[in-house]
Design a protein around this ligand. Structure first.
Ligand code: ATP
Length: 420
């Protein structure tokens, strides 16, 4: 533009006498040129403006995102700064107030958050409470203790009675005690008798107690809820008792259900004059277990099977009628039992003609079901590693002698040897 005007001025100053038409043409072309330059610049500037507008919108958008993030983080900081809530259980509802028991066992009458749906406020429900006023803040639905919810829960165990070898008598006893009352509760009512609530399985390790409990659950289409007794032996006051309560309430929710408590002696040992607070807590857990057993109707769809290797340690209170009133002993398998267990675990194995389970059952005197299972696994692995198509009697004999060595090793390296 400046150049154009410059040219215009020079031309005017340079030749005032020049032909008028020439001047008109040149000024016309000059203004056209200026106009096109101006248009060009206008286009460039509007392009720039558009870009700046887009950039502005983008930045505004980013700003609002960042503001939201700041709000979220502020919220997070606020919630991290709020004092912890206390966990308790509702005991009773009195008008607009509720009676709660805090986790240390003390009972309070407190108010509740009016926003909580009244129909959800029921005795036994777990709630969070304000630390200062103990007012009920919220309901903790389905909040079972992680240990209880971490229990082995199998909706439909896939174990059949035929998977157990040599336990025909025990299977019959447990079926009478548990299956009949789960399947025909009306018959018990008709005859006016109380079926057993719980069955205690006693016997050495690895004899199939857990498997038997799973098989009963599977046969009665019940959920299997398995827990080891030592998990219930907590050291904090009230913890074990609460876990027992939650275990039973979980079982009721999942009924029909079979609760299996392995190593029940961990909480069910004889009550002695307990000196430590840990011992007293274990006893409180046992008391809670007894009161749960007493509390539910024997025809409710929940049955308890407990197992122990040390029945002599158990508190007699556990064995009273209405509790574990049926005791099924599962000893180490006898010669027929061992043969049956070999048959169960080797039924899918391709076997050489020389394999004779009756002979093997003679040389495995004192072996548990778990050890016989270990033998068959060992045999299968050997056959696979040798690349043969069938398992031979020699494989079984080798596996038995290696398990024998391990058993002797355990005996020789036992605590006496360690310290002797
Ligand atoms: P523990 O007292 O150590 O808990 P347990 O008596 O509950 O042992 P299980 O866990 O039921 O024993 O058995 C261990 C394994 O041994 C099972 O996987 C099962 O395959 C095998 N087993 C034990 N007894 C038998 C049996 N009678 N028939 C078939 N298999 C058996």
């Amino acid at each position: 533009m400046y150049n154009a005007l410059g040219t215009l001025m020079t031309s005017r100053a340079g030749s005032p006498t020049k032909d008028k038409s020439t001047t008109e043409i040149s000024s016309d072309s000059l203004s056209k040129k200026t106009l096109s330059e101006l248009k060009e610049q206008y286009a460039l500037l509007s392009e720039d403006a558009k870009q700046l507008m887009t950039e502005k919108m983008f930045l505004e958008n980013e700003l609002s995102q960042l503001k939201k993030r700041v709000n979220r983080l502020d919220e997070e900081i606020r919630s991290l700064r709020t004092p912890p809530y206390i966990i308790g259980n509702i005991q009773d509802i009195i008008g607009e107030k509720v009676v709660v028991r805090s986790s240390n066992g003390t009972i309070f009458l407190v108010s509740k958050n009016p926003r909580i749906d009244n129909s959800k406020i029921l005795p036994g429900v777990r709630v969070s409470m304000n630390q200062d006023t103990l007012a009920v803040i919220d309901i903790l639905e389905d909040a079972f203790d992680p240990l209880v919810s971490g229990a082995e829960i199998i909706e439909k165990p896939n174990i059949k009675y035929s998977d157990l070898g040599g336990l025909d008598e025990q299977i019959r006893e447990i079926r009478d005690a548990i299956e009949l009352s789960l399947e025909k509760p009306e018959s018990f009512e008709k005859f006016g008798i109380q079926p057993p609530k719980g069955v205690l399985l006693t016997g050495p390790p690895g004899t199939g107690k857990t498997m038997l409990a799973k098989a009963v659950a599977s046969h009665t289409n019940a959920t299997f809820l398995g827990l080891v007794g030592s998990e219930l032996a907590q050291k904090y006051i009230g913890e074990g008792g609460r876990m027992v309560r939650e275990l039973f309430s979980l079982a009721r929710k999942k009924s029909p259900c079979i609760i299996f408590i392995d190593e029940i002696d961990a909480i069910g040992s004889k009550r002695l004059d307990s000196s430590t607070s840990g011992d007293r807590e274990v006893q409180r857990t046992l008391m809670q277990l007894l009161s749960e057993l007493d509390g539910f109707e024997s025809l409710e769809n929940v049955k308890v099977i407990a197992a122990t290797n040390r029945p002599e340690l158990l508190d007699k209170a556990l064995l009273r009628p209405g509790r574990f009133d049926k005791i099924v002993e599962i000893p180490l398998p006898n010669i027929e039992g061992r043969e049956a267990i070999f048959n169960v675990h080797a039924r899918k194995m391709p076997l050489n003609k020389d394999v004779d389970f009756s002979k093997l059952s003679i040389i495995t005197e004192g072996y548990s079901g778990a050890e016989i299972k270990a033998i068959t696994i060992d045999v299968g692995m050997k056959a696979i590693s040798e690349g043969v198509s069938k398992c031979k009697m020699s494989h079984f004999k080798d596996a038995i002698s290696s398990i024998d060595m391990k058993r002797k090793g355990i005996k020789n390296n036992g605590p006496d040897r360690l310290y002797g």
